[in-house]
Design a binder for this molecule. Sequence first.
Ligand SMILES: *[C@@H]1O[C@H](CO)[C@@H](O)[C@H](O)[C@H]1NC(C)=O
Ligand SMILES: *[C@@H]1O[C@H](CO)[C@@H](O)[C@H](O)[C@H]1NC(C)=O
Ligand SMILES: *[C@@H]1O[C@H](CO)[C@@H](O)[C@H](O)[C@H]1NC(C)=O
Ligand SMILES: *[C@@H]1O[C@H](CO)[C@@H](O)[C@H](O)[C@H]1NC(C)=O
Length: 504
Amino acid sequence: MLKFQCSTLSAALVCAVCVLHLAFTASADEHKAPLIIAHRGSPCHFPEETLEGFSRAIEYGVDYIEMDVVSTKDGHLICRHELTLDDSTDVADHPEFAERKWATTLPSGREQSGFFAANFTLQEIRTLYARQAIPFRNQASSHSFRVRTLPEVLQLAMNSTESGRPVGVYIETKGPAFHSSIGQPLEARLVDALIAAGYGKMAAAPLILQSFELQSLQNLSRELEARGLPGRADLVWLLDCASEVNDTQLDAFATYGYGIGPEKSMVATLDLAPECARSEGDACSAVSPSQTCTGRLTTAAAAGAAARSGATVRSGLVERAHARGLVVHPYTFRNEGRFMALDFDADPLAELSLFRELGVDGVFVDCPATAAEWLATQHLTPTSWIGSVIGGPGPRQSAAIASVSVLATLLAITLVWGVVTLVRHRRRQRAKYDFFPSMFNTGDLTWYPPDYRRAVVDEAGGGSRGEECGEDTPLPTSIMMTTIDSPPRIAERERRADNAAGGT
Ligand SMILES: *[C@@H]1O[C@H](CO)[C@@H](O)[C@H](O)[C@H]1NC(C)=O
Ligand SMILES: *[C@@H]1O[C@H](CO)[C@@H](O)[C@H](O)[C@H]1NC(C)=O
Ligand SMILES: *[C@@H]1O[C@H](CO)[C@@H](O)[C@H](O)[C@H]1NC(C)=O
Ligand SMILES: *[C@@H]1O[C@H](CO)[C@@H](O)[C@H](O)[C@H]1NC(C)=O
């Protein structure tokens, strides 16, 4: 009975600790900062999609580095955001390639012309330099870094195990329908490259695949399954401001997808000044901030602090996605005022804070340094407190929380165990005193534990002995007999042993 009650007590205590542990973890989750996704590396400092830009982002502790893939003429996947090389490389300065310019109509119906990566071999592309694609950004490192292949960038990610596991990779298939139409489908090669880089074996390496085209995501999913890696990558469906995604479509995507990546003006609605609405067919320019045109959040009538309150500008997209278990990673957070609503007064930290308030799960950022600075200003208790002690945002934080809470639980269990053992030990002592009163009882009770003294006094008064586990009945003799070996028994055993030895 005693044993049973003490085990019940300790089990209950351990359970209580477990519940506390779960509650702590859950509340840590609730306060989790959005994932920081380094959009094309670190393009506010370095030319986009270069090893140097990705390395810089990793140094800032981002959760994911984000890249786009297009195919070369000879079927290699390279990291470029555009189908054409014009804006992000120095291809135009190479007279030997002057004849490569091409114009075509993309499957989407859009006309495009320029130096398509698909018209160059990898060897030719290796002779080009990457260039800062946005004209008003620092051009200092243009013409310093090379265009890189997907396997090179994956290797960089796999090498970055400072946080205990590789930095996440977040890969977009660029123009998948176009690539299929010229006989260079991206999906199978992308999966091959991932397997070659070790993503098949290392299940813990975070991996997200993204596309504007659902067909590409479905094909990726099928390719992974065909290679025995079903569900290995999380799939994110990108939405531009022209997409009016309805609930039926979200329901269907939620059956295999992980999340959506909407243009940020789909999350916090924006009004552009009428003069900003540009030509027909360029639907996004009507609602999205751009290099040349920005606007105010829809509630701009109540300008200033009120307009920045999440409740007033919520589009409802985050709630619709969350209701289906999909995460929301809006794009793109940039430092320049011309890329954000006027309400933020060109303060990228204010913009990030509003989106955090809107409940987004991740953000695509051009400036990992700014994201790191913003995270440091956020009061993310208890997650970021622990994270900031350990240092750096991202997976490191979660690892820190996990290990701290596991340690705390172990400590608590050990403590409970210790207390229970102590209590049991004292009971045994008491049992011993009860069993051999003549051996121990010197007539002086002062050196006995206080509750023993009380028990002796109670017994003298005819009352029953109180039990610590809440039992009023006296300790059964059988327990006392099994817990200690009495001198008479020892003597009895020795006598029997002697007899046995003598008898042979
Ligand atoms: C570019 O590639 C496309 C598709 O393979 C081909 O049809 C076209 O002729 C090429 N253009 C040039 C200029 O090489
Ligand atoms: C990754 O590490 C390997 C082995 O240390 C090294 O050879 C390779 O150059 C590294 N690659 C990158 C892209 O950092
Ligand atoms: C996806 O796979 C189907 C069937 O093989 C193919 O017809 C289609 O072109 C692929 N689409 C893309 C975007 O790769
Ligand atoms: C949702 O959108 C899809 C594609 O545009 C369309 O086919 C479907 O009818 C829509 N469903 C509803 C319920 O509006």
